[in-house]
Design a binder for this molecule. Structure first.
Ligand SMILES: O=C(O)C(=O)Cc1ccccc1
Length: 311
């Protein structure tokens, strides 16, 4: 596997692959399908690939916990890009299969919540089995292990299947967010429409503990876009929090919020600052009064002058 390659959640024909191919840099890399998110991220940690492209969140189910848990623990990784993809499923079957003949269906667990109502209405007696990815489900249908798979329509041809039903989605406008993850290095320069991801651990259980952490963002006018709690595995009630905040680590208000967290949390893991998918710089709300870079710089200059008695 050459180092100028990107691993992704495979096999060929996943939504992940479709999302990855929308990145211009993917055209110049070898794309290597992997069987699971941990396998893709381990290939990054081991230096076998330059980066890995994996799903992180969808608008119906929330966080993809395998990915979050991988980013929270183990050797640190960093997020460099994100991609949003609209998701609708097709029911893929071996040619000639009728709806009435389907007894078993499969897909990635994150697909289940997106097709649950459709399944209840059209295949109420079908048994559900999870597969490693939606394309892997299609592969298993080709092999005869299941009767049908929920996957992208585009996966049908690759696995010799036919889309019996298309455009299946319980929720309108369902989207999945994917991230490009690499080893830690300097984040790309701010674009004006950026996002910063961190994981924070709280010091101890006490009233208002989470509010104290969130207030580091609130008082500096930093908007939060994701807050996902994950168990640390150390015992019931012991959680860390994955947070996406609007802005770049080089924005003063974001940097100050992160420093605030670093002072009060036992551990903070920086996961990267990267351009927001689908957001133009003109659409980003301007900083709240008193939280622009200029205002932070003016305040720290004033403080330095006070400390010097030069005011
Ligand atoms: O990329 C895929 O095909 C996956 O299996 C992950 C996934 C699951 C559900 C919706 C979008 C992506």
């Amino acid at each position: 596997m050459p180092a100028s390659s990107y691993a992704y959640l495979g096999p060929e024909g996943t939504f992940t692959e479709v999302a990855l191919r929308t990145l211009p840099e993917a055209a110049t890399r070898e794309l290597v399908p992997m069987i699971s998110v941990p396998a893709a991220l381990d290939a990054v940690r081991g230096g076998e690939v330059e980066a890995a492209f994996v799903p992180i969140e969808n608008s119906v189910e929330g966080g993809i916990t395998t990915t979050l848990d991988e980013l929270v623990a183990g050797r640190p990784l960093m997020i460099y890009r994100e991609v949003l993809l609209d998701i609708t499923f097709a029911l893929l079957v071996r040619p000639g299969t009728k709806l009435s003949e389907i007894k078993t269906v499969t897909a990635h667990p994150a697909a289940q919540t997106q097709v649950r109502n459709w399944l209840k209405a059209h295949l109420p007696d079908a048994a559900w089995e999870s597969s490693a990815s939606n394309a892997d489900g299609a592969r298993l249908v080709q092999e005869g292990r299941y009767d049908a798979a929920f996957a992208g329509k585009f996966a049908a041809e690759r696995y010799g299947l036919e889309p019996l039903v298309t455009d299946i989605h319980d929720a309108e406008n369902a989207q999945t967010r994917f991230i490009l993850v690499g080893r830690p290095a300097r984040p790309s320069a701010p674009t004006g429409a950026d996002k910063t991801s961190v994981v924070i651990w709280q010091r101890e259980d006490h009233p208002g503990a989470l509010m104290e952490l969130l207030q580091e963002f609130a008082i500096r006018g930093v908007n939060l876009m994701l807050l996902q709690s994950r168990p640390t595995g150390k015992g019931i009630g012991d959680y860390c929090f994955a947070i996406d905040a609007e802005g770049h680590i080089t924005d003063r208000r974001v940097a100050e919020a992160l420093m605030g967290l670093k002072r009060v949390c036992p551990q903070v893991r920086f996961l990267g600052s990267y351009p927001r998918a689908g957001v133009a710089v003109e659409d980003v709300r301007p900083p709240r009064a008193g939280t622009s870079d200029g205002e932070f710089v003016a305040a720290s200059d004033w403080l330095a002058r006070c400390q010097d008695g030069r005011f």
